[in-house]
Design a protein around this ligand. Structure first.
Ligand code: SF4
Length: 327
């Protein structure tokens, strides 16, 4: 019998969840501007979604990352599955997922994810995971099993994977791409200058190369990446990251506001206004991204279903335009 990982959904805070951050001085939480505030969930479908996820013992990044969009997304049955447990081997300064040594992989989890996707009737699903530096393949095979289980249970559902960077896990990316997800997503999260303090376990050019290589391995795959605004970067650095992503032929960029989860996390340097996000979107479109999502509440999985459909249509329209030009 596989070992089932029991997810403890009680909120955990501070040193219990982030022992590596316990020694850091407190960074007071800034008051959020009016355009960030969201309402507490009340919709009955929100509670149905929550019950179904609990019954299937599935973790979601929506809860683990304390996402502000959970009320809206779960009320539309849109949840982002987080596989391989709810404890991460990395300790990023922005992230609310608990840090520590994760448990054993749950071999039955891919089947339960597939079942949940079928029961939720999702058109498009996003599957992400904690970092599993403790596993020889970084969890790539578990991603591949999950993709195949979703295909078997819900053949009409398109699949987006939001993976770790597979740093020093040779062959891991190939295993994931071979399972044929529709979208390969890996977030750069921030600008290269801030990696040592914000994403200390990661390397900017490794992440960028991962995205470029995914596209090389499967030219039909859509690639996607995201950045948070408000971690201390400046506008010029964001524009440079956009250029780097285009050089890696990434199709879709998401930009959203960083929100500080606890006093032990990196402080918010700046709340960008909706107009600033609109300006980033205009710049990104000008640089040639097929799809751009940029707003204070944008997260990489926010409206991922509708955005995927729009991106497919944009690629089709682009290919038709290219074919028309060639005639
Ligand atoms: S934006 Fe993504 S992480 Fe946030 S609630 Fe929606 S699906 Fe979950």
């Amino acid at each position: 019998m596989p070992t089932r990982i029991e997810i403890d959904h009680r909120p955990r805070i501070g040193a219990d969840r982030h022992p590596e951050k316990a020694h850091r001085p407190d960074q007071p939480l800034a008051r959020k501007p009016a355009w960030i505030r969201v309402k507490a969930p009340t919709h009955p479908v929100y509670f149905e979604t929550r019950a179904l996820l609990r019954d299937n013992h599935l973790a979601t990044v929506c809860e683990e990352a304390a996402c502000p969009n959970i009320g809206e997304c779960w009320s539309r049955r849109h949840a982002t599955m987080m596989i391989m447990g709810d404890v991460c081997t990395r300790a990023c300064a922005f992230c609310n997922v608990a840090t520590g040594l994760p448990g054993q992989l749950d071999a039955d989890e891919p089947r339960r994810v597939g079942d949940a996707v079928a029961k939720l009737g999702l058109r498009h699903v996003v599957v992400t995971s904690v970092d599993r530096d403790d596993l020889a393949d970084g969890g790539a095979r578990h991603f591949a099993h999950t993709i195949r289980a979703i295909r078997a249970a819900a053949p009409g559902t398109t699949i987006e994977v939001l993976t770790p960077d597979f740093l020093r896990k040779d062959g891991a990316l190939e295993i994931v791409v071979e399972a044929r997800p529709d979208v390969f997503n890996h977030n750069l999260e921030t600008v290269p200058r801030l990696y040592p303090s914000i994403r200390p376990g990661a390397r900017y050019f490794v992440s960028l190369q991962l995205l470029a290589r995914a596209r090389e391995l499967d030219p039909e795959l859509f690639t996607k990446s995201g950045l948070m605004v408000g971690l201390g970067e400046d506008k010029g650095e964001i524009h440079q990251v956009m250029d780097d992503l285009r050089a890696a032929e990434v199709d879709f960029i998401t930009l959203g506001q960083y929100l500080q989860p606890t006093v032990k996390h990196a402080p918010v340097s700046h709340f960008a206004t909706p107009e600033e996000f609109a300006a980033y979107a205009t710049a990104a479109r000008g640089k040639g991204f097929l799809m751009v999502a940029s707003s204070p509440l944008t997260r990489s999985s926010y409206h991922a279903d509708a955005d995927f459909a729009a991106m497919q249509a944009a690629r089709r329209a682009g290919s038709q335009a290219t074919a028309a030009r060639a005639r």
